[in-house]
Ligand binder design. Structure first.
Ligand code: URA
Length: 213
């Protein structure tokens, strides 16, 4: 992959990863899947959404977020003037866990190492929006609570990481709807920041705690 790949090169590289994903047998989840779900969207998207794992409908269709959570995600994108063609959407793991159980640490490690990390490297999104706690845990400290840090961007390595609730959690708890919608709206401001700044400045390190003695 050249230093600054053009759109065709990125599309080709993503398609080749997608082929690998569809034939993957690196963890036991492959034996229970109908279709693997590599991800979909713009190969040069500024914004990449990372969910948790395919559910029933995603497993049937081989596409990310096509069930109820996906319909809600489409609505949220629409509210800020975007559609899924403008962004890239994928998941931490690419195959549906049995009964939609939580992904296991070994599955996450294998799948992100084999696929997600490479997808990020190819797409080079300027903002990564994490949906739910499993994708949040890839980029934020392990003890982070989503209820505390949702909607608070972290600038690192020239990129913005933006933790959001999982759409399914919001559908289960309608009290979270206004919060989720505010968090999405704030993404517009972040996109403006990206458009105006040539580079995203990293967050300054936290100030040293002054000793009282
Ligand atoms: N939930 C996810 O985390 N990802 C999907 O693709 C669908 C539902």
């Amino acid at each position: 992959m050249p230093d600054t790949p053009n759109l065709d090169e990125r599309r080709a590289a993503l398609e080749s990863i997608a082929k690998e994903v569809r034939g993957c047998d690196q963890c036991p989840l492959h034996s229970g899947r109908t279709k693997a779900v590599p991800g979909a969207g713009r190969a040069d998207a500024d914004i990449m959404f990372i969910g948790e794992a395919p559910g029933y409908y995603e497993d049937q269709q081989g596409l990310p977020f096509v069930g109820a959570s996906g319909k809600y995600l489409d609505q949220l994108l629409g509210q800020i003037g975007l559609s899924r063609q403008d962004v890239f959407i994928t998941n931490v793991i690419k195959c549906r866990p049995p009964g939609n159980r939580d992904p296991l640490p070994a599955e996450i490690e294998t799948c992100t190492g084999a696929y997600l990390d490479r997808q990020i490297e190819i797409i080079r999104p300027r903002l990564i929006a994490t949906l739910g706690r499993f994708s949040m845990a890839l980029f934020f400290p392990k003890n982070s609570r989503i209820s505390r840090i949702h909607g608070q961007p972290k600038r690192s390595g020239g990129r913005i990481y933006y933790p959001l609730f999982h759409p399914a959690a919001v559908l289960r708890n309608p009290n979270l709807r206004p919060v989720m919608e505010e968090d999405f709206k704030r993404m517009l401001t972040l996109i403006e920041e990206i458009d105006q700044a040539g580079e995203i400045e990293d967050e300054p390190p936290p100030p040293k705690q002054l000793s009282l003695f």
